[in-house]
Design a protein. Structure first.
Ligand SMILES: Cc1ncc(COP(=O)(O)O)c(C=O)c1O
Length: 382
């Protein structure tokens, strides 16, 4: 999607505005499907990254599965046509009524996050259910601590001893079918080593308890390049991880979110004005941390591109900020850019994952609109 399309979007729909490049999303699906072509492979898109209905609908048509973590997400994917057998249920604290519904509907897999959750599930088994166990392999994903999930100290999944006890219990229950193991060690992972450590330890664990898994679900986490040149090297991943996955001899599921959608979207914003103080220049945008919380929450640095003529413009070093009453409402600090004028547009890049999905009503500033670029035209998303 080029900058003219983004300006068109801003002029036609007003700002602030999320603009999604749908062909990009479909291309990502093709890349990952092609990479895993020698496996019985299923991509289960992590809906937490982006629950936009038009994007989910395109994923549904592509044949992908989905991973959901709440009733809200479950209902959203059902509303665009995903049948329960294409839905994987995750989440570290599933409610009883949620489990009840997932069992009744017959989802592809309920990924159990704890022994306690297994006991809870047993109380709602109105019919047989397919389950997996989320193991926590105690691996450092080398990512931001807020999105590292595979360390023993994290709340997610169970250690191998607990997993053994769960396997025994599940095997003794005719209403439960253990289809496999699941792990998700973190998000925005840019090194292959943590994945290698995880799959090797899970392989040995499965062997030690005599478990032949039908489905090995490796979660998501593939890191993208947010502008610092670092992303997961897929060729290295293929070389190091595939031989071990082949040893499993099972179907492989990946619950990718960020890698599929993050680079597909821009948050287009209008420059309200440029504020100059004795020590600083602030570029004030009409969007802030309530529309994109990643910089405030994770210290994330998103590239910001000008959608105005930069030739001959003075370069400034500015803090690019929003209208929210928090100093954390800062997208970039000391960011070098061509000085914008009031009313000109900028685009914040790579916001398709954990962008709109994490937006809030704080300060009661309305959420941005969402617009889809389908390769030919722009349209307002429902
Ligand atoms: C269980 C699970 N699967 C998949 C994902 C998606 O991760 P990512 O967007 O990094 O691919 C997450 C994200 O936190 C998750 O918790």
């Amino acid at each position: 999607m080029d900058s003219h399309t983004l300006v068109d979007a801003a002029m036609s729909f007003g700002t602030p505005l999320y603009v999604y490049d749908l062909p990009f999303v479909l291309q990502r699906i093709s890349v990952v499907t092609e990479l895993f072509k020698d496996f019985d492979f299923h991509l289960a898109f992590a809906v937490k990254a982006n629950f936009n209905k038009d994007i989910l609908s395109a994923l549904e048509k592509s044949g992908a599965m989905v991973d959901v973590v709440s009733f809200g997400e479950y209902n959203q994917v059902r509303s665009v046509g995903f049948t329960p057998d294409r839905i994987i249920v995750n989440g570290n604290c599933k409610k009883k009524e949620e489990l009840d519904k997932y069992v009744q509907d017959g989802v592809f897999s309920i990924n159990l996050d704890s022994y306690e959750e297994l006991l809870r599930l047993e109380t709602v088994l109105s019919r047989p259910a397919r389950v997996s166990i989320r193991v926590n392999p105690d691996v450092d994903a080398k990512t931001h601590r807020h999105i590292a999930t595979g360390l023993r100290e994290n709340k997610f999944g169970v250690d191998f001893d607990t997993a053994s006890a769960m396997i025994e219990r599940i095997r003794s229950n005719k209403m439960l079918e253990l289809i496999g193991l699941h792990c998700h060690i973190g998000s925005q992972i840019t090194e292959v080593e943590p994945y290698l450590e995880a799959v090797v330890s899970i392989k040995y664990f499965a062997r030690s308890v005599g478990l032949r898994v039908q489905v090995f679900n490796l979660g998501g986490g593939w890191g993208i390049d947010y502008g610092n040149g670092k992303s997961l090297d897929l060729e290295e991943y293929r070389q190091k991880i595939f031989p071990i996955l082949k040893e499993f001899g099972s179907a492989i599921v990946l619950e990718l979110g960020r890698w599929i959608v993050a680079p597909s979207a821009y948050l287009v914003s209008k420059v309200e004005y440029v504020k100059k103080t004795a020590s600083k220049i602030f570029v004030m945008l009409d969007t802030g941390m309530t529309h994109l919380i990643r910089p405030a929450l994770y210290g994330a640095k998103h590239k910001i591109i000008p959608l105005y003529e930069t030739k001959g413009r003075k370069k400034i070093k500015a803090d690019v900020v929003g209208p929210i009453c928090e100093s954390a409402d800062t997208f970039r600090k000391s960011y070098t850019m061509a000085e914008p004028k009031e009313g000109e547009f900028v685009a914040i890049c790579d916001v398709g994952a954990y962008g709109y999905a994490m937006a809030s009503d704080y300060n009661l500033i309305p959420k941005p609109k969402e617009v889809i670029w389908d390769g030919k035209k722009l349209f307002r998303s429902s």
